[in-house]
Design a protein around this ligand. Structure first.
Ligand code: AMP
Ligand code: MG
Length: 407
């Protein structure tokens, strides 16, 4: 067995082993959450012509005084080009986004105008040249980058990509992550467990966490605690980009995963990391495929997925930010002293006068997924830390929903 190593060393080894992400063109609406593999350039000026920022009246600014009246020569709807020049004493009705007509150099918003019975329009306010105009190319210029390589594609970026016509987005291929749960005690979630059996919760959470991390889960189902069964699952998983197994990596008689991995030619790069829960986590590779074996307790699965699997998936998808955000917080509950391993305890965060307040949630230990689900963060207890009281400071790793919880 390889010696127990620190979390930092383990992460360094794991992330160094991740192969370069594979650029791929991804349909725009499916690109959410991925990173850009190259700069995206504006294909044209936006606005393509100088247009109006409001619904209003296009005028010659030198004539625009309160009380001045104008003959309307046309109405320009968005998407239509003006057909008439605005001459002296004239104005055109113009809608937001419609092109400014020749002759006009300002727009008076409709709220600052009055329609007269004879069809003319009277201004209630004046205007300087350029008022309420969006100048051609003022948002972006053709050929200039609008989004840089590495940028994460959120909903806001999809709007930019759509505006420049990037219906296929230069991103990275989503890796396929084979997910299997080892254990003779496991039954599928839809099957009522007999005495001694448990439902395969890990298989489900590994699939959902994989999808949330931006990869495509591939289920290997339940894997019996038999060497041949584990080897067969490993063989199938090694055809994917990443193989993640739960259970079977500890010291028990039926903990067969590490031997099965070796039998199938996987090079083990670490086994045992100084974290709690999750110490027996194993990491290896064969060819381009990365392999992670997570200890089977549900909270160990959650913590080791967040600490190891998610950063690996994010690196494989070209992200710059790999890790969950860790923030300082004030303790809302006491925290026990640390051990020789870095400890992660389910916690909840809320806003306080002095930043985040982090409180431990009721939690029975690494076999307690209900306790884990009460929290939206993990309180980080450093190796050898002294016990702390309410009001002391600590660091918390924010999980999904933490920012919503503090809003
Ligand atoms: P192991 O790491 O295989 O020794 O598993 C440790 C414990 O985690 C087992 O005794 C089960 O209680 C639990 N466990 C293992 N696999 C699963 C699973 N797929 N779903 C839920 N709990 C599991
Ligand atoms: Mg087991």
């Amino acid at each position: 067995m390889t010696p127990m190593i620190s979390l930092e060393d383990a992460l360094r080894i794991a992330l160094e082993t991740v192969p370069a992400p594979e650029p791929a063109d991804v349909p725009l609406v499916e690109a959410i959450g991925l990173a850009l593999s190259r700069d995206v350039l504006a294909d044209r000026d936006v606005p393509a012509v100088t247009d109006s920022a409001v619904d209003g009246v296009a005028v010659r600014s030198e004539e625009a005084r309160p009380g001045a009246t104008f003959a309307i020569v046309e109405t320009i709807d968005a998407g239509r080009l003006p057909r008439r020049e605005v001459g002296p004493g004239q104005a055109s009705e113009i809608m937001t986004g419609a092109a400014l007509p020749e002759g006009a150099d300002a727009v008076i918003p409709v709220e600052e105008t009055e329609k007269l019975d004879d069809g003319r329009v009277r201004l209630l306010a004046g205007a300087e040249a350029g008022r309420f105009l969006r100048l051609r190319g003022s948002y972006q210029r053709a050929g200039e980058p609008v989004l840089a390589a590495g940028r994460e594609i959120r909903a806001a970026e999809t709007a930019v990509l759509a505006a420049v016509g990037a219906f296929r987005v230069p991103a990275f291929a989503r890796p396929v992550v084979a997910v299997g749960a080892t254990g003779d005690e496991l039954v599928p979630v839809e099957v009522p467990p007999e005495p001694g059996q448990i439902r395969n919760a890990n298989g489900v959470t590994l699939m959902t966490r994989t999808r949330q991390a931006g990869a495509i889960p591939w289920s290997l189902g339940i894997v019996a605690d038999e060497r041949e069964a584990v080897r067969a699952a490993v063989r199938e998983g090694l055809d994917r980009d990443v193989l993640v197994l739960s259970g079977g990596v500890s010291m028990g008689r039926k903990d067969l995963v590490v031997d099965a991995l070796r039998d199938e030619g996987v090079e083990i790069l670490f086994h045992r990391v100084a974290v709690k829960p999750g110490k027996p986590v194993v990491f290896g590779r064969r060819g381009r495929t990365l392999v992670l074996g997570l200890p089977g307790n549900p909270v160990s699965v959650a913590v080791t997925f967040e600490l190891f699997v998610r950063p690996v998936i994010r690196k494989l998808t070209g992200h710059a930010r790999l890790h969950r955000t860790v923030v300082p917080a004030v303790l809302g509950t006491p925290v026990p002293e640390g051990s020789e391993r870095r400890t992660f305890l389910p916690a909840s965060v809320r806003p306080g006068p002095d930043g985040f307040i982090a409180s431990l949630v009721p939690y029975q230990g690494s076999g307690d997924p209900i306790g884990m689900a009460r929290g939206d963060a993990l309180l980080v207890v450093p190796e050898g830390a002294a016990a702390r009281s309410t009001g002391d400071r600590a660091e918390v790793l924010l999980l999904d929903g933490a920012l919503e919880a503090i809003a």
